[in-house]
Structure formats: structure tokens, C-alpha cells
Design a protein around this ligand. Sequence first.
Ligand code: MN
Length: 316
Amino acid sequence: MFSLEKKTPFLNPEETGEMFWEKSQAVVVPFGLEASVSYGGGTKNGPEAILKASHQLELFDEEFWQEPYLNYGIVTLKKFGIKKSPKKAVAQLQKITAEILNANKFPLILGGEHSLTPGAVYACAEKFGKITILHFDAHADLRDGYEGEKFSHAAAMRRCLDDPRVNIVSVGIRSISAGEIPFLEANSKRVKIFWGKDKGSWQIPEILKALGNNQIYLSFDIDGLDSSIIPATGTPVPGGLLFDEATAIICEVAKEKKIIGADIVEFAPIKNLHACNFMTATLTYKILSYALSKDLRNKLLKAAKAREAGNYKIKI
Ligand SMILES: [Mn+2]
């Protein structure tokens, strides 16, 4: 059994009260892996900054017209030692994720660099069979290793595809190397890219169609967002998504598909840029609420009615 974080869990324990494993569906896993960084560092500090910033969030969400966490409950694992080599860290996270899934709970991993994702994905594929990764990122991450490291952050999606049960839909890509193109072309049935350059013309039904009928694992590299709104990441790239563009896609996906787990990676906090910490914490809360609200479409419709009626007591 896991040890739970009591002092700095996700969301403010003074307001939310102590949350319990048995009653919670969401399990936040702080996994500040930093082993194969190639440009700016600092992802090892990501989880703590996100957890601290989460204490500043309003628990009430005007989209849900309630405090959505009350419906699903969130616990946070106590910080633990992470294996130094990316390969061993991946195996470590696979084991942790499998335990969470076997308890019928939802793993939400806070990175840490992107190289951790295959660990969570392998566990999901083991449990659910065929899965599709909804992957937000500036980078395709399809290299077969980088700078001598097979499990590099730059190879995150390639390593996920090592499991034949995994497909990927990547959103916001605007940085890919010539060497990745032949692999992409040869695997067009398993990897679909919605390029950042086309974001003005993306259609939600097309993204839903690309995701197919598999269950969904969400891997959100924070550099999928535009570098102007979130410079706090190792390899920031311009031309990315705005916050509400990303959350709108996740919301629509959560209405139609079952999301079984998620990670938020590559966040590297910068001192005094606390807006970035807050944004990443907000994104985490939104992802949990979308993924874990039963019958999301109906719930949001009822919330909209309650909001318009000015009747907060209405039961949602
Ligand atoms: Mn990236």
C-alpha cells in the first residue's frame, strides 16, 4: 500500500479536509524524473511547484457549477525516491501505475520529464489492452533514442509504440526531426498528428475519429502550450496552444471516450513566474474533473442550466 502525502497534497488540505484512499478515485503521483534533459533543466522541481500552486486554486469550478473534486476525491502519494536511470524509472512507474489501476483508480502522474510516460502507458495497455494516447506536445518524440539514451524524453512516444497495443494521436506538434519522418510515414496507421501550424482549422470530430474506439491515456507535455504563456519548460517552442484551446479538446474527448489515466510532464518551474505553476495546477484539476465526472456531457449541460437559473441549490 502507498504512503499518502498529508501536508502538500494536490488541493489544499485545510479546505478539502483529509482525503482517503478508499474514497478517492484520483491518485496523484509526483514523479520528478530528471535524467535525460537536453536543453533547460528543472523538471525534478515540477511536482512540488504544481502541488503548492494547487493550494491557491478555487475548488469551485464555474463550468461544473460546483466543486467537482467532491464527486471523485483525490489523494496524492508521498514523495518517494525515483530510480536514476530512465529505463529503471520507467519500470518503477509501470509498477506504481499498475497498482493504482488494479485498485480501480485513476493515475495522474506529475512529471518530471517525458521519458516517464512509457511506464504508465505499458501498465494501461496491460490492464486495458488496446489504448490510444492523446498526446499534447510541441515535439513528436518519435526518435529511437537520443544522445545514446533509448529511454530519452525525446523518444517518449517511440518507446510507447514499442507496445503493439498502443496508438497515438498527437496534437500541437511543431518540432520534428528529418530522421523521424520515415518512421512516421511507415506507422501512419498508429500515429496521427494534428500539426500546430493547422490549429486554426482543427475539427473536434476529426480528433475524436482519429482516437478510435480504444480507451484513452492522456499525455500532456506542457510545451504543447505556447511558449509565450508557459516558458517554464525545458524546450519551449512558439506556435502552440492556448490554455482554453487545450482544455476544450480534452473536455470534448472526455465527453465521448473513457480516459483511464494521464500525465503532465516537462514542467520546469522558474522562480517568480508563479503564473506558470498556477496554470499547470489548473490544467491538472481540469483534466481530473473532465476525466472523472460521470456522464460529463449531461453534467455540464445541467451545470449551465443551474448557472443561468441562478439557483445554486439545484442538484447536479
Ligand atoms: Mn515536448
